[in-house]
Design a protein around this ligand. Structure first.
Ligand code: F6R
Length: 609
Protein backbone atom coordinates (compact mmCIF):
# COMPACT_ATOMS: atom_id res chain seq x y z
CA UNK A 1 0.00 0.00 0.00
CA UNK A 2 1.46 3.36 -1.05
CA UNK A 3 -0.09 6.78 -1.58
CA UNK A 4 -0.05 8.57 -4.92
CA UNK A 5 -1.11 12.11 -5.69
CA UNK A 6 -1.04 14.31 -8.78
CA UNK A 7 -2.30 17.77 -9.65
CA UNK A 8 -2.63 20.08 -12.60
CA UNK A 9 -3.21 23.66 -11.44
CA UNK A 10 -4.52 26.55 -13.51
CA UNK A 11 -1.82 28.68 -11.90
CA UNK A 12 0.74 28.53 -9.10
CA UNK A 13 3.22 25.91 -8.01
CA UNK A 14 2.09 22.31 -7.68
CA UNK A 15 4.87 21.07 -5.36
CA UNK A 16 3.65 22.57 -2.02
CA UNK A 17 0.16 21.18 -2.68
CA UNK A 18 1.55 17.75 -3.57
CA UNK A 19 3.70 17.78 -0.44
CA UNK A 20 0.72 18.70 1.79
CA UNK A 21 -1.46 16.03 0.15
CA UNK A 22 1.20 13.34 0.55
CA UNK A 23 1.33 14.19 4.26
CA UNK A 24 -2.38 13.36 4.42
CA UNK A 25 -1.69 10.04 2.68
CA UNK A 26 1.19 9.10 4.96
CA UNK A 27 -1.00 6.53 6.72
CA UNK A 28 -0.74 4.50 3.48
CA UNK A 29 3.04 4.27 3.69
CA UNK A 30 5.95 6.25 5.01
CA UNK A 31 9.31 4.74 4.17
CA UNK A 32 10.21 6.99 1.23
CA UNK A 33 8.75 10.01 -0.54
CA UNK A 34 9.19 11.74 -3.88
CA UNK A 35 7.73 14.47 -6.07
CA UNK A 36 8.17 15.23 -9.78
CA UNK A 37 7.00 18.36 -11.58
CA UNK A 38 7.21 19.75 -15.10
CA UNK A 39 8.14 23.35 -15.80
CA UNK A 40 8.94 24.81 -19.22
CA UNK A 41 9.36 21.39 -20.77
CA UNK A 42 11.76 20.13 -18.08
CA UNK A 43 11.26 17.46 -15.43
CA UNK A 44 12.22 18.19 -11.81
CA UNK A 45 12.42 15.38 -9.25
CA UNK A 46 13.16 15.25 -5.54
CA UNK A 47 12.99 11.99 -3.65
CA UNK A 48 14.60 10.04 -0.83
CA UNK A 49 14.04 7.34 1.74
CA UNK A 50 12.55 8.35 5.09
CA UNK A 51 9.43 9.98 6.46
CA UNK A 52 8.04 12.98 4.59
CA UNK A 53 8.99 15.52 7.28
CA UNK A 54 12.55 14.22 7.50
CA UNK A 55 13.04 14.25 3.72
CA UNK A 56 11.45 17.71 3.49
CA UNK A 57 13.89 19.09 6.08
CA UNK A 58 16.79 18.13 3.84
CA UNK A 59 15.39 18.53 0.31
CA UNK A 60 12.61 21.14 0.70
CA UNK A 61 9.86 19.31 -1.13
CA UNK A 62 7.99 22.59 -1.76
CA UNK A 63 10.76 23.92 -3.92
CA UNK A 64 10.12 22.47 -7.38
CA UNK A 65 8.84 24.68 -10.21
CA UNK A 66 5.76 24.08 -12.35
CA UNK A 67 1.98 23.91 -12.06
CA UNK A 68 1.78 20.17 -12.76
CA UNK A 69 3.26 17.27 -10.85
CA UNK A 70 2.93 13.88 -9.19
CA UNK A 71 4.05 12.52 -5.83
CA UNK A 72 4.33 9.30 -3.88
CA UNK A 73 4.65 8.11 -0.31
CA UNK A 74 5.96 4.57 -0.24
CA UNK A 75 5.38 1.32 1.62
CA UNK A 76 8.09 -0.88 0.18
CA UNK A 77 7.05 -4.09 -1.58
CA UNK A 78 9.67 -4.56 -4.32
CA UNK A 79 13.10 -3.31 -3.33
CA UNK A 80 14.29 -2.00 0.02
CA UNK A 81 13.31 1.50 1.18
CA UNK A 82 16.29 3.25 -0.41
CA UNK A 83 16.50 6.47 -2.39
CA UNK A 84 17.01 4.54 -5.63
CA UNK A 85 13.74 2.67 -5.10
CA UNK A 86 11.73 5.75 -4.03
CA UNK A 87 9.16 6.92 -6.59
CA UNK A 88 8.85 8.69 -9.02
CA UNK A 89 10.64 6.46 -11.53
CA UNK A 90 11.70 7.47 -15.03
CA UNK A 91 12.49 5.90 -18.40
CA UNK A 92 16.00 5.99 -19.92
CA UNK A 93 15.51 9.50 -21.33
CA UNK A 94 14.11 10.95 -18.11
CA UNK A 95 11.12 12.27 -20.08
CA UNK A 96 8.50 9.86 -18.73
CA UNK A 97 7.85 9.86 -14.99
CA UNK A 98 5.70 7.38 -13.10
CA UNK A 99 4.31 6.93 -9.59
CA UNK A 100 2.47 3.73 -8.75
CA UNK A 101 0.58 1.97 -6.01
CA UNK A 102 0.10 -1.76 -6.50
CA UNK A 103 2.05 -4.77 -7.66
CA UNK A 104 2.98 -5.50 -11.28
CA UNK A 105 2.88 -9.28 -11.35
CA UNK A 106 4.67 -9.78 -14.67
CA UNK A 107 7.37 -7.19 -14.04
CA UNK A 108 10.24 -9.69 -14.22
CA UNK A 109 9.23 -10.83 -17.74
CA UNK A 110 8.70 -7.23 -18.84
CA UNK A 111 11.99 -6.11 -17.31
CA UNK A 112 13.93 -8.91 -19.02
CA UNK A 113 12.32 -8.07 -22.34
CA UNK A 114 13.06 -4.35 -21.98
CA UNK A 115 16.62 -4.94 -20.77
CA UNK A 116 17.22 -7.10 -23.85
CA UNK A 117 16.06 -4.15 -25.92
CA UNK A 118 18.71 -2.00 -24.24
CA UNK A 119 16.73 -0.28 -21.48
CA UNK A 120 18.73 0.67 -18.43
CA UNK A 121 17.03 0.00 -15.10
CA UNK A 122 18.27 1.73 -11.97
CA UNK A 123 15.87 0.49 -9.27
CA UNK A 124 14.69 -2.85 -7.95
CA UNK A 125 11.04 -1.80 -8.19
CA UNK A 126 8.31 -3.27 -10.32
CA UNK A 127 7.13 0.29 -11.09
CA UNK A 128 10.13 1.27 -13.18
CA UNK A 129 9.08 -1.15 -15.96
CA UNK A 130 6.07 1.05 -16.70
CA UNK A 131 8.24 4.08 -17.56
CA UNK A 132 10.43 1.98 -19.87
CA UNK A 133 7.44 0.20 -21.38
CA UNK A 134 5.87 3.52 -22.40
CA UNK A 135 9.25 4.68 -23.75
CA UNK A 136 9.54 1.47 -25.80
CA UNK A 137 5.94 1.73 -27.05
CA UNK A 138 6.65 5.24 -28.30
CA UNK A 139 9.93 4.12 -29.88
CA UNK A 140 8.12 1.38 -31.79
CA UNK A 141 5.22 3.68 -32.79
CA UNK A 142 6.52 7.26 -32.92
CA UNK A 143 3.18 8.55 -34.16
CA UNK A 144 1.32 7.58 -31.00
CA UNK A 145 0.23 10.27 -28.60
CA UNK A 146 1.55 9.97 -25.07
CA UNK A 147 -1.90 8.95 -23.79
CA UNK A 148 -2.24 6.29 -26.47
CA UNK A 149 1.22 4.95 -25.56
CA UNK A 150 0.16 4.69 -21.91
CA UNK A 151 -3.03 2.87 -22.97
CA UNK A 152 -1.11 0.41 -25.14
CA UNK A 153 1.46 -0.18 -22.40
CA UNK A 154 -1.23 -0.82 -19.78
CA UNK A 155 -2.54 -3.68 -21.89
CA UNK A 156 0.72 -5.51 -21.24
CA UNK A 157 0.73 -4.97 -17.50
CA UNK A 158 -0.70 -7.68 -15.22
CA UNK A 159 -1.43 -7.06 -11.56
CA UNK A 160 -2.78 -4.23 -9.49
CA UNK A 161 -2.08 -0.58 -10.10
CA UNK A 162 -2.99 3.02 -9.63
CA UNK A 163 -0.59 4.96 -11.86
CA UNK A 164 -0.06 8.70 -12.28
CA UNK A 165 2.25 9.49 -15.19
CA UNK A 166 3.63 12.71 -16.63
CA UNK A 167 5.86 13.39 -19.61
CA UNK A 168 7.57 16.33 -21.29
CA UNK A 169 6.03 15.05 -24.55
CA UNK A 170 2.63 16.34 -23.42
CA UNK A 171 3.59 18.53 -20.49
CA UNK A 172 0.10 19.85 -19.77
CA UNK A 173 -1.43 16.59 -18.55
CA UNK A 174 -1.32 13.73 -16.08
CA UNK A 175 -2.41 10.33 -17.31
CA UNK A 176 -3.57 8.03 -14.55
CA UNK A 177 -5.05 4.53 -14.59
CA UNK A 178 -6.55 2.04 -12.21
CA UNK A 179 -6.77 -1.70 -11.74
CA UNK A 180 -7.63 -2.88 -8.22
CA UNK A 181 -5.56 -0.24 -6.39
CA UNK A 182 -7.68 2.77 -5.39
CA UNK A 183 -7.75 5.95 -7.49
CA UNK A 184 -10.00 8.96 -7.19
CA UNK A 185 -10.07 12.39 -8.86
CA UNK A 186 -10.78 15.71 -7.16
CA UNK A 187 -11.79 18.93 -8.80
CA UNK A 188 -12.09 22.60 -7.76
CA UNK A 189 -11.56 26.12 -9.06
CA UNK A 190 -7.75 25.70 -8.76
CA UNK A 191 -7.44 22.62 -10.96
CA UNK A 192 -7.74 18.84 -11.03
CA UNK A 193 -6.21 16.22 -8.71
CA UNK A 194 -5.74 12.47 -8.65
CA UNK A 195 -5.04 10.51 -5.48
CA UNK A 196 -5.10 7.10 -3.85
CA UNK A 197 -7.68 8.27 -1.35
CA UNK A 198 -10.07 11.14 -0.78
CA UNK A 199 -8.30 12.49 2.35
CA UNK A 200 -5.43 13.61 0.11
CA UNK A 201 -7.51 16.47 -1.28
CA UNK A 202 -10.46 16.78 1.10
CA UNK A 203 -8.96 19.91 2.67
CA UNK A 204 -9.23 21.70 -0.70
CA UNK A 205 -12.26 20.12 -2.34
CA UNK A 206 -15.13 17.77 -1.56
CA UNK A 207 -15.96 17.21 -5.24
CA UNK A 208 -14.68 13.76 -6.20
CA UNK A 209 -14.89 11.49 -9.23
CA UNK A 210 -14.33 7.77 -8.69
CA UNK A 211 -12.16 5.95 -11.21
CA UNK A 212 -13.13 2.30 -11.66
CA UNK A 213 -11.02 -0.74 -12.46
CA UNK A 214 -9.96 -0.84 -16.10
CA UNK A 215 -10.22 2.93 -16.55
CA UNK A 216 -7.75 5.61 -17.48
CA UNK A 217 -8.14 9.33 -16.75
CA UNK A 218 -6.50 12.30 -18.43
CA UNK A 219 -6.16 15.38 -16.25
CA UNK A 220 -5.54 18.90 -17.60
CA UNK A 221 -6.07 22.31 -16.04
CA UNK A 222 -9.37 22.46 -17.92
CA UNK A 223 -10.81 19.23 -16.51
CA UNK A 224 -10.70 15.48 -16.84
CA UNK A 225 -11.58 12.77 -19.34
CA UNK A 226 -12.16 9.12 -18.44
CA UNK A 227 -11.70 6.26 -20.90
CA UNK A 228 -11.88 2.48 -20.86
CA UNK A 229 -8.41 0.94 -21.06
CA UNK A 230 -9.65 -2.00 -23.13
CA UNK A 231 -11.01 -0.02 -26.09
CA UNK A 232 -10.40 3.67 -25.36
CA UNK A 233 -14.14 4.45 -25.27
CA UNK A 234 -14.97 7.66 -23.37
CA UNK A 235 -16.92 7.45 -20.11
CA UNK A 236 -18.99 10.32 -18.73
CA UNK A 237 -18.90 10.63 -14.97
CA UNK A 238 -19.90 13.65 -12.94
CA UNK A 239 -18.27 14.57 -9.60
CA UNK A 240 -20.03 13.60 -6.40
CA UNK A 241 -19.99 15.57 -3.15
CA UNK A 242 -18.15 13.92 -0.29
CA UNK A 243 -19.74 14.57 3.09
CA UNK A 244 -16.94 13.05 5.19
CA UNK A 245 -14.93 14.98 7.73
CA UNK A 246 -11.13 14.71 7.18
CA UNK A 247 -10.93 12.26 10.11
CA UNK A 248 -13.63 10.03 8.61
CA UNK A 249 -11.93 10.21 5.24
CA UNK A 250 -8.66 8.75 6.53
CA UNK A 251 -10.72 5.79 7.69
CA UNK A 252 -12.60 5.81 4.37
CA UNK A 253 -15.87 6.36 6.16
CA UNK A 254 -15.36 3.55 8.69
CA UNK A 255 -15.65 4.53 12.35
CA UNK A 256 -12.40 2.77 13.29
CA UNK A 257 -9.21 1.59 11.62
CA UNK A 258 -9.80 -1.92 12.94
CA UNK A 259 -13.05 -2.39 11.01
CA UNK A 260 -11.53 -0.74 7.94
CA UNK A 261 -8.64 -3.18 8.13
CA UNK A 262 -10.96 -6.17 8.63
CA UNK A 263 -12.81 -5.08 5.48
CA UNK A 264 -9.53 -4.65 3.59
CA UNK A 265 -8.72 -8.35 3.87
CA UNK A 266 -10.03 -9.39 0.44
CA UNK A 267 -7.64 -6.84 -1.07
CA UNK A 268 -4.67 -7.65 1.17
CA UNK A 269 -5.13 -11.37 0.58
CA UNK A 270 -5.17 -10.71 -3.17
CA UNK A 271 -1.86 -8.92 -2.74
CA UNK A 272 -0.29 -11.82 -0.87
CA UNK A 273 -1.23 -14.09 -3.75
CA UNK A 274 0.82 -11.86 -6.04
CA UNK A 275 3.88 -12.71 -4.03
CA UNK A 276 6.98 -13.10 -6.16
CA UNK A 277 7.71 -16.77 -6.75
CA UNK A 278 11.39 -16.00 -6.58
CA UNK A 279 11.31 -15.08 -2.85
CA UNK A 280 9.01 -17.97 -1.97
CA UNK A 281 11.37 -20.33 -3.79
CA UNK A 282 14.38 -18.94 -1.98
CA UNK A 283 12.79 -19.32 1.43
CA UNK A 284 11.54 -22.78 0.54
CA UNK A 285 15.06 -23.85 -0.41
CA UNK A 286 16.35 -22.82 3.02
CA UNK A 287 13.46 -24.58 4.78
CA UNK A 288 14.03 -27.71 2.75
CA UNK A 289 17.68 -27.86 3.81
CA UNK A 290 16.93 -27.20 7.47
CA UNK A 291 17.55 -29.78 10.17
CA UNK A 292 15.27 -28.07 12.65
CA UNK A 293 13.02 -25.07 12.20
CA UNK A 294 11.92 -22.75 15.00
CA UNK A 295 8.93 -20.53 14.24
CA UNK A 296 9.46 -17.51 16.45
CA UNK A 297 7.02 -14.66 17.14
CA UNK A 298 4.81 -12.88 19.68
CA UNK A 299 1.06 -12.43 20.09
CA UNK A 300 -0.97 -12.69 16.93
CA UNK A 301 2.15 -13.42 14.87
CA UNK A 302 2.80 -16.36 17.18
CA UNK A 303 -0.68 -17.68 16.37
CA UNK A 304 0.23 -17.52 12.68
CA UNK A 305 3.33 -19.58 13.55
CA UNK A 306 1.24 -22.08 15.46
CA UNK A 307 -1.05 -22.53 12.44
CA UNK A 308 2.01 -22.77 10.20
CA UNK A 309 3.41 -25.63 12.24
CA UNK A 310 0.32 -27.67 11.23
CA UNK A 311 0.66 -26.54 7.59
CA UNK A 312 4.35 -27.51 7.36
CA UNK A 313 3.75 -30.83 9.07
CA UNK A 314 0.66 -31.83 7.10
CA UNK A 315 1.75 -30.67 3.68
CA UNK A 316 5.53 -30.84 3.65
CA UNK A 317 6.10 -33.39 6.43
CA UNK A 318 8.42 -30.85 8.05
CA UNK A 319 8.27 -30.77 11.85
CA UNK A 320 8.67 -27.21 13.14
CA UNK A 321 8.70 -25.75 16.64
CA UNK A 322 6.56 -22.68 17.27
CA UNK A 323 8.12 -20.76 20.16
CA UNK A 324 7.06 -17.54 21.88
CA UNK A 325 9.88 -15.12 21.12
CA UNK A 326 9.96 -13.97 24.74
CA UNK A 327 10.74 -17.55 25.79
CA UNK A 328 13.06 -18.46 22.94
CA UNK A 329 16.40 -17.62 24.57
CA UNK A 330 15.55 -19.54 27.76
CA UNK A 331 13.79 -22.43 26.07
CA UNK A 332 15.91 -23.01 22.98
CA UNK A 333 18.87 -20.60 23.11
CA UNK A 334 21.47 -23.17 24.16
CA UNK A 335 20.35 -25.80 21.68
CA UNK A 336 20.41 -23.50 18.66
CA UNK A 337 23.38 -24.00 16.36
CA UNK A 338 24.65 -23.55 12.84
CA UNK A 339 22.24 -26.34 11.87
CA UNK A 340 19.17 -24.47 13.13
CA UNK A 341 16.83 -22.40 11.03
CA UNK A 342 14.72 -19.63 12.52
CA UNK A 343 11.63 -18.39 10.71
CA UNK A 344 10.69 -15.22 12.58
CA UNK A 345 7.26 -13.68 11.96
CA UNK A 346 6.51 -10.10 12.92
CA UNK A 347 4.08 -7.54 11.55
CA UNK A 348 6.26 -4.60 12.64
CA UNK A 349 9.65 -6.26 12.33
CA UNK A 350 10.58 -4.31 15.47
CA UNK A 351 9.16 -6.36 18.35
CA UNK A 352 11.93 -6.40 20.95
CA UNK A 353 11.35 -10.01 22.04
CA UNK A 354 11.44 -11.25 18.44
CA UNK A 355 14.56 -9.25 17.64
CA UNK A 356 16.24 -10.55 20.82
CA UNK A 357 15.42 -14.16 19.90
CA UNK A 358 16.69 -13.71 16.36
CA UNK A 359 19.85 -11.97 17.55
CA UNK A 360 20.56 -14.84 19.94
CA UNK A 361 20.08 -17.37 17.14
CA UNK A 362 22.22 -15.29 14.79
CA UNK A 363 25.07 -15.23 17.30
CA UNK A 364 24.91 -19.02 17.32
CA UNK A 365 25.24 -19.00 13.51
CA UNK A 366 21.68 -20.16 12.82
CA UNK A 367 20.03 -19.29 9.49
CA UNK A 368 17.58 -16.42 9.93
CA UNK A 369 14.52 -16.20 7.69
CA UNK A 370 11.63 -13.87 8.28
CA UNK A 371 8.19 -12.67 7.32
CA UNK A 372 7.29 -9.08 8.08
CA UNK A 373 4.94 -6.38 6.96
CA UNK A 374 7.56 -3.63 7.19
CA UNK A 375 10.33 -3.86 4.65
CA UNK A 376 13.37 -2.04 5.99
CA UNK A 377 12.52 -2.90 9.62
CA UNK A 378 15.19 -4.25 11.99
CA UNK A 379 14.04 -7.80 11.27
CA UNK A 380 14.64 -7.45 7.53
CA UNK A 381 18.12 -6.14 8.21
CA UNK A 382 19.15 -9.11 10.31
CA UNK A 383 17.54 -11.81 8.14
CA UNK A 384 19.28 -13.86 5.49
CA UNK A 385 16.06 -13.87 3.45
CA UNK A 386 12.77 -12.13 4.21
CA UNK A 387 9.38 -11.83 2.61
CA UNK A 388 7.07 -8.83 2.91
CA UNK A 389 3.50 -9.76 3.80
CA UNK A 390 2.04 -7.03 1.55
CA UNK A 391 -0.78 -5.99 3.89
CA UNK A 392 0.00 -2.25 3.86
CA UNK A 393 0.24 -0.23 7.07
CA UNK A 394 -1.94 -1.51 9.88
CA UNK A 395 -2.99 1.25 12.24
CA UNK A 396 -5.50 -0.46 14.55
CA UNK A 397 -3.50 -1.81 17.49
CA UNK A 398 -5.13 -5.23 17.21
CA UNK A 399 -3.61 -7.14 14.28
CA UNK A 400 -6.23 -8.28 11.75
CA UNK A 401 -5.31 -8.01 8.07
CA UNK A 402 -1.65 -8.67 8.83
CA UNK A 403 -2.59 -11.96 10.52
CA UNK A 404 -4.43 -13.31 7.49
CA UNK A 405 -1.63 -12.06 5.21
CA UNK A 406 0.96 -13.88 7.32
CA UNK A 407 -1.14 -17.04 7.14
CA UNK A 408 -1.52 -16.77 3.40
CA UNK A 409 2.24 -16.44 2.86
CA UNK A 410 2.97 -19.28 5.28
CA UNK A 411 0.45 -21.51 3.47
CA UNK A 412 2.12 -20.70 0.14
CA UNK A 413 5.50 -21.62 1.64
CA UNK A 414 4.17 -24.90 3.03
CA UNK A 415 2.66 -25.71 -0.33
CA UNK A 416 5.88 -24.93 -2.19
CA UNK A 417 7.83 -27.07 0.21
CA UNK A 418 5.32 -29.91 -0.21
CA UNK A 419 5.81 -29.70 -3.96
CA UNK A 420 9.57 -29.63 -3.67
CA UNK A 421 9.56 -32.64 -1.38
CA UNK A 422 7.04 -34.54 -3.45
CA UNK A 423 5.07 -35.35 -0.33
CA UNK A 424 1.63 -34.49 -1.57
CA UNK A 425 -0.08 -35.66 -4.76
CA UNK A 426 -0.26 -33.26 -7.69
CA UNK A 427 -4.06 -33.37 -7.50
CA UNK A 428 -4.02 -32.23 -3.90
CA UNK A 429 -1.53 -29.47 -4.68
CA UNK A 430 -3.67 -28.27 -7.59
CA UNK A 431 -6.76 -28.25 -5.42
CA UNK A 432 -5.00 -26.37 -2.59
CA UNK A 433 -3.64 -23.80 -5.05
CA UNK A 434 -7.10 -23.31 -6.45
CA UNK A 435 -8.50 -22.87 -2.94
CA UNK A 436 -5.77 -20.38 -2.04
CA UNK A 437 -6.88 -18.22 -4.95
CA UNK A 438 -10.46 -18.28 -3.61
CA UNK A 439 -9.52 -16.94 -0.17
CA UNK A 440 -9.93 -13.22 -0.99
CA UNK A 441 -13.47 -13.85 -2.26
CA UNK A 442 -14.26 -16.00 0.76
CA UNK A 443 -13.16 -13.21 3.09
CA UNK A 444 -15.39 -10.82 1.15
CA UNK A 445 -18.39 -13.15 1.35
CA UNK A 446 -17.94 -13.62 5.10
CA UNK A 447 -17.83 -9.89 5.76
CA UNK A 448 -20.77 -9.24 3.44
CA UNK A 449 -23.03 -11.98 4.73
CA UNK A 450 -22.15 -12.41 8.42
CA UNK A 451 -21.37 -8.95 9.77
CA UNK A 452 -24.94 -8.08 10.79
CA UNK A 453 -25.44 -11.44 12.45
CA UNK A 454 -22.15 -11.13 14.34
CA UNK A 455 -23.29 -7.71 15.63
CA UNK A 456 -26.35 -9.39 17.14
CA UNK A 457 -24.26 -12.17 18.69
CA UNK A 458 -21.91 -9.55 20.15
CA UNK A 459 -24.90 -7.76 21.66
CA UNK A 460 -26.21 -10.98 23.19
CA UNK A 461 -22.94 -12.00 24.87
CA UNK A 462 -21.28 -8.64 25.59
CA UNK A 463 -22.01 -8.85 29.33
CA UNK A 464 -20.43 -12.29 29.72
CA UNK A 465 -17.74 -12.43 32.36
CA UNK A 466 -15.56 -14.97 30.58
CA UNK A 467 -15.34 -16.85 27.26
CA UNK A 468 -13.83 -20.11 26.06
CA UNK A 469 -12.46 -20.38 22.50
CA UNK A 470 -11.95 -23.96 21.36
CA UNK A 471 -10.81 -25.78 18.26
CA UNK A 472 -8.97 -28.93 17.31
CA UNK A 473 -6.00 -29.40 15.00
CA UNK A 474 -5.05 -26.26 13.12
CA UNK A 475 -8.21 -24.56 14.45
CA UNK A 476 -6.54 -24.43 17.84
CA UNK A 477 -4.46 -21.57 16.42
CA UNK A 478 -7.63 -19.85 15.15
CA UNK A 479 -9.21 -20.25 18.58
CA UNK A 480 -6.15 -18.73 20.26
CA UNK A 481 -6.33 -15.76 17.91
CA UNK A 482 -10.09 -15.28 18.47
CA UNK A 483 -9.47 -15.27 22.20
CA UNK A 484 -6.64 -12.73 21.98
CA UNK A 485 -8.74 -10.36 19.86
CA UNK A 486 -11.72 -10.44 22.23
CA UNK A 487 -9.58 -10.12 25.31
CA UNK A 488 -7.39 -7.28 24.15
CA UNK A 489 -10.07 -4.94 22.81
CA UNK A 490 -13.25 -5.92 24.71
CA UNK A 491 -11.44 -6.63 27.99
CA UNK A 492 -13.32 -9.89 28.59
CA UNK A 493 -11.13 -12.52 30.22
CA UNK A 494 -11.02 -15.38 27.73
CA UNK A 495 -9.42 -18.77 27.66
CA UNK A 496 -8.40 -20.80 24.62
CA UNK A 497 -7.05 -24.32 24.43
CA UNK A 498 -7.30 -27.34 22.14
CA UNK A 499 -10.83 -28.70 22.64
CA UNK A 500 -9.44 -32.08 23.66
CA UNK A 501 -7.93 -30.48 26.76
CA UNK A 502 -11.30 -29.47 28.25
CA UNK A 503 -11.67 -32.61 30.28
CA UNK A 504 -8.18 -32.23 31.72
CA UNK A 505 -9.19 -29.21 33.77
CA UNK A 506 -10.89 -26.20 32.18
CA UNK A 507 -14.35 -27.76 31.93
CA UNK A 508 -14.70 -27.32 35.70
CA UNK A 509 -15.34 -23.62 35.04
CA UNK A 510 -18.41 -24.29 32.91
CA UNK A 511 -21.86 -23.61 34.30
CA UNK A 512 -25.20 -22.51 32.89
CA UNK A 513 -24.89 -19.85 30.18
CA UNK A 514 -21.07 -20.01 29.95
CA UNK A 515 -20.23 -18.87 26.38
CA UNK A 516 -17.98 -21.21 24.40
CA UNK A 517 -16.87 -20.30 20.88
CA UNK A 518 -16.08 -23.37 18.77
CA UNK A 519 -14.09 -23.12 15.52
CA UNK A 520 -15.54 -25.88 13.37
CA UNK A 521 -14.19 -26.40 9.85
CA UNK A 522 -15.46 -29.64 8.30
CA UNK A 523 -12.12 -31.36 8.52
CA UNK A 524 -10.79 -34.58 9.98
CA UNK A 525 -11.36 -33.22 13.53
CA UNK A 526 -15.06 -32.45 12.93
CA UNK A 527 -16.48 -35.63 14.48
CA UNK A 528 -14.35 -35.43 17.62
CA UNK A 529 -15.14 -31.74 17.95
CA UNK A 530 -18.84 -32.56 18.00
CA UNK A 531 -18.09 -34.73 21.06
CA UNK A 532 -16.45 -31.71 22.69
CA UNK A 533 -19.45 -29.54 21.88
CA UNK A 534 -21.73 -32.14 23.46
CA UNK A 535 -19.69 -32.26 26.66
CA UNK A 536 -19.89 -28.45 26.96
CA UNK A 537 -23.63 -28.42 26.19
CA UNK A 538 -24.26 -31.08 28.79
CA UNK A 539 -22.92 -28.65 31.40
CA UNK A 540 -25.13 -25.77 30.29
CA UNK A 541 -22.61 -23.92 28.10
CA UNK A 542 -23.92 -21.62 25.36
CA UNK A 543 -22.37 -22.70 22.10
CA UNK A 544 -21.34 -20.09 19.52
CA UNK A 545 -20.09 -22.10 16.57
CA UNK A 546 -18.23 -20.84 13.53
CA UNK A 547 -19.21 -23.44 10.97
CA UNK A 548 -19.10 -24.17 7.27
CA UNK A 549 -22.28 -23.33 5.42
CA UNK A 550 -24.79 -26.16 5.61
CA UNK A 551 -23.15 -27.95 8.56
CA UNK A 552 -26.52 -29.16 9.86
CA UNK A 553 -25.02 -31.29 12.60
CA UNK A 554 -23.36 -28.45 14.46
CA UNK A 555 -26.10 -25.99 13.52
CA UNK A 556 -28.46 -28.25 15.42
CA UNK A 557 -26.27 -28.16 18.53
CA UNK A 558 -25.28 -24.50 18.58
CA UNK A 559 -27.13 -21.70 20.34
CA UNK A 560 -25.72 -19.29 17.78
CA UNK A 561 -23.73 -19.90 14.65
CA UNK A 562 -21.73 -17.94 12.11
CA UNK A 563 -21.30 -19.44 8.65
CA UNK A 564 -18.30 -19.34 6.36
CA UNK A 565 -18.47 -20.73 2.80
CA UNK A 566 -18.04 -24.48 2.62
CA UNK A 567 -15.29 -26.61 1.13
CA UNK A 568 -12.25 -24.90 2.65
CA UNK A 569 -9.30 -27.27 3.05
CA UNK A 570 -8.33 -27.65 6.68
CA UNK A 571 -4.80 -26.22 6.28
CA UNK A 572 -6.21 -22.98 4.86
CA UNK A 573 -9.14 -22.72 7.28
CA UNK A 574 -7.55 -20.30 9.80
CA UNK A 575 -7.72 -17.55 7.16
CA UNK A 576 -11.48 -17.44 6.61
CA UNK A 577 -12.35 -18.61 10.13
CA UNK A 578 -10.33 -15.79 11.72
CA UNK A 579 -12.47 -13.13 10.03
CA UNK A 580 -15.73 -13.72 12.00
CA UNK A 581 -13.74 -13.86 15.22
CA UNK A 582 -12.17 -10.47 14.45
CA UNK A 583 -15.67 -9.08 13.82
CA UNK A 584 -16.99 -10.63 17.03
CA UNK A 585 -14.23 -8.96 19.05
CA UNK A 586 -14.75 -5.62 17.28
CA UNK A 587 -18.53 -5.49 17.82
CA UNK A 588 -18.24 -6.73 21.40
CA UNK A 589 -15.80 -3.88 22.13
CA UNK A 590 -18.29 -1.42 20.61
CA UNK A 591 -21.16 -2.89 22.66
CA UNK A 592 -19.11 -2.31 25.78
CA UNK A 593 -18.29 1.24 24.76
CA UNK A 594 -14.55 0.74 24.19
CA UNK A 595 -12.43 2.18 21.39
CA UNK A 596 -11.10 -0.91 19.59
CA UNK A 597 -8.33 1.06 17.88
CA UNK A 598 -6.66 2.01 21.13
CA UNK A 599 -6.88 -0.77 23.69
CA UNK A 600 -5.58 0.32 27.08
CA UNK A 601 -1.99 -0.53 28.04
CA UNK A 602 -1.12 -1.78 24.54
CA UNK A 603 1.08 -0.38 21.76
CA UNK A 604 1.19 -1.27 18.10
CA UNK A 605 4.86 -2.05 18.18
CA UNK A 606 6.30 -3.45 21.41
CA UNK A 607 9.90 -2.36 21.42
CA UNK A 608 10.66 -3.23 25.05
CA UNK A 609 11.38 -6.70 26.40
C1 F6R B 1 -2.48 -8.52 18.86
C2 F6R B 1 -1.24 -7.92 18.42
C3 F6R B 1 0.00 -8.30 19.14
C4 F6R B 1 1.14 -8.47 18.14
C5 F6R B 1 2.47 -8.73 18.87
C6 F6R B 1 3.59 -8.98 17.90
O1 F6R B 1 -3.57 -8.07 18.13
O2 F6R B 1 -1.22 -7.13 17.51
O3 F6R B 1 -0.16 -9.46 19.87
O4 F6R B 1 0.83 -9.53 17.29
O5 F6R B 1 2.78 -7.63 19.68
O6 F6R B 1 3.81 -7.90 17.06
P1 F6R B 1 4.59 -8.06 15.71
O7 F6R B 1 3.83 -8.94 14.82
O8 F6R B 1 4.73 -6.65 15.20
O9 F6R B 1 5.92 -8.64 16.06
Amino acid sequence: MCGIFGCVLKEGNAAPLIHASLKRLEYRGYDSVGIATISEGKIYIKKDQGKIDDVHKILNLDDLPGNIGIGHTRWATHGAPLKVNAHPHTDCTGEIVVVHNGIIENFIELKNELQNLGHNFVSKTDTEVMAHLIEETLKQNPKLTFTQAVLDSLKRVEGSYAFAIISTREPDKIVCARNESPLVLGINHQGVFCASDIPAFLAITNKAVMVNNGELAILTAQGYEIRKISDNTPITREPITIEWTPEMAVKQGYPHFMIKEIHEQPETLRNTLRMQEHYLDLLTTFLDRANEVFLVACGTSYHACLAASYMFSKLAFLPTFPVYASEFVEQCGKSVSIDSTILAVSQSGETADTIAAVTCAQQRAATILSLTNVIGSTLTRISRVYIGTQAGPEIGVAATKTFTSQLSVLAQLALKLAKKRGKVSQDEIDSLEENLQKLPDLAETIVNTQEEKIKQIAKKYADSKVFFFLGRGISTATAFEGRLKLMEIAYIPSIAFPAGESKHGPISLVENGFPVVFVCPKDECHKTLIGNIMEMKARGAHIIAVIEEGDQEIKGLADDYIEVPKGIPSVLSPIPFAVPLQLLAYYTALEKGFNPDMPRNLAKSVTVK
